[in-house]
Design a binder for this molecule. Structure first.
Ligand code: SF4
Length: 392
């Protein structure tokens, strides 16, 4: 007797369509009909707006991530289109694919998906590069944002471990160029913008600009992508130069969340990393932001400074956490430190004999920081932040 065919599972959501011909495959599409993710055979694949595809797999509790080569990406694109074609056939046959009320919407969405080919999907890369400079990093809560690059790079750009903006000097995008950028992003996202619920002002610390300069940027962002809260990165040493009244003003213009690379509460480690600021300044700055009514994402690194700094990092970061007035709306991110071989950090560590933590020491530090964050800030969310896992 032939095995019974599994029924299709199709979901027609406000901002996405998901197709699952069997329970081993689920493919999601944005409202422009472009595939955004595949779950297949236990692996997850995500496609960026630049049509790069990244795979992810859990092996013995470890997450592995890799960039999919073009041939494999084309095969995934092909598969997505094939599955959409099969969904259309099933729907035309009258299989109970979706409720009657959604049938028309599904038919239109499938036509949008089927208008793509692997070639036109791959060509999205060119459109992306026409709209954006490479996006180096985002905080996890902003992976689904509309990213607008008001500035390029980072105004400091000298932390020894950081390679996000190498070769990209800090620059403010002139206002006409910003307007053209916003228009290009709107065209690139198309209807898929509906699924992006916030606006992230990039790059590294766009919020360092004076409010006078930020005002037209915020207004333009709000005019083109209305109804979305704003977010951005800021560092302690640059953010603290703005008085609370200025942050309050930004709050009134729609800024909702600020992500701060605090990294550690251990001042000697900050100095070793060439990152300006101190634990006292971080505590004062977070207090100021909370006073201005903002939500805060505090980013701490796990494993940075290796064995030499481990004790001081844990002790002083735990102490710093106890001083931060964080609440339910705030997040503490624990970010596993990534040592790039070509970084100044790696060069210095090799020269002065700094030894990395072993896997188990790193896991121990992660657990201890997690407990410290939970104890210090009972309502706040504590989450992992893998800097190499973001896909925009
Ligand atoms: S402040 Fe942030 S973005 Fe700038 S160099 Fe340091 S870590 Fe990198």
């Amino acid at each position: 007797m032939p095995a019974a065919q599994e029924p299709w599972l199709i979901s027609v959501q406000d901002a996405a369509t998901t197709l699952s011909p069997d329970r081993r495959t689920v493919i999601a599409f944005d409202l422009e009909g472009r595939p955004t993710s595949w779950f297949t055979g236990g692996d997850t694949f995500k496609r960026s707006l630049a049509s790069e595809v990244f795979g992810r797999r859990s092996v013995d509790g470890d997450r592995r991530r890799w960039r999919v080569d073009q041939t494999a990406a084309d095969a995934l694109f092909d598969d997505a289109i094939r599955v959409a074609g099969a969904a259309r056939e099933a729907s035309r046959r009258g299989d109970p694919v979706v409720e009657r009320a959604q049938a028309e919407t599904l038919a239109a969405r499938l036509e949008t998906i089927l208008a793509w080919t692997p070639e036109t999907l791959a060509a999205e890369r060119e459109r992306f590069l026409g709209a954006y400079a490479p996006i180096s990093i985002l905080p996890p809560d902003q992976y689904g944002a509309v990213v607008l690059q008001a500035t390029f790079g980072c105004s400091w750009n000298r932390c020894t471990y950081c390679s996000f903006y190498q070769g990209r000097p800090f620059q403010v995008r002139p206002s006409e160029a910003f307007d053209a950028h916003v228009d290009a992003v709107r065209a690139l996202l198309g209807r898929a913008a509906a699924g992006r619920r916030s606006v992230f002002l990039a790059d590294g610390n766009a919020l360092v600009l004076s409010n006078e300069r930020l005002r037209p940027i915020v207004e333009r962002a709000g005019a083109v992508f209305p109804g979305r809260p704003l977010a951005g990165f800021v560092d302690v040493f640059s953010g603290e130069r703005k008085p609370e009244a200025a942050w309050r003003e930004l709050r009134s213009w729609g800024l909702e969340r600020v992500a701060i690379g605090v990294e550690t509460g251990h001042d000697p480690l900050l100095a070793y990393l060439d990152k300006p600021g101190s634990a006292d300044e971080a505590a004062a700055f977070v207090t100021l932001l909370k006073g201005a009514g903002l939500r805060v994402s505090v980013i701490l690194m796990v494993g940075v400074g290796g064995r030499r700094y481990a004790e001081g990092h844990l002790r002083d970061t735990s102490a710093l956490l106890r001083r931060l007035p964080l609440g339910d709306d705030d997040v503490v991110y624990l970010s596993p430190f990534v040592r790039h071989d070509d970084s100044t950090y790696a060069e210095r560590a090799a020269a002065d004999g700094l030894v990395d933590l072993s896997e188990s020491e790193r896991a121990e530090q992660d657990g201890a920081l997690r407990r410290a964050a939970r104890d210090a800030v009972p309502g706040a969310r504590v989450a992992r932040y893998h800097i190499d896992e973001f896909v925009y």
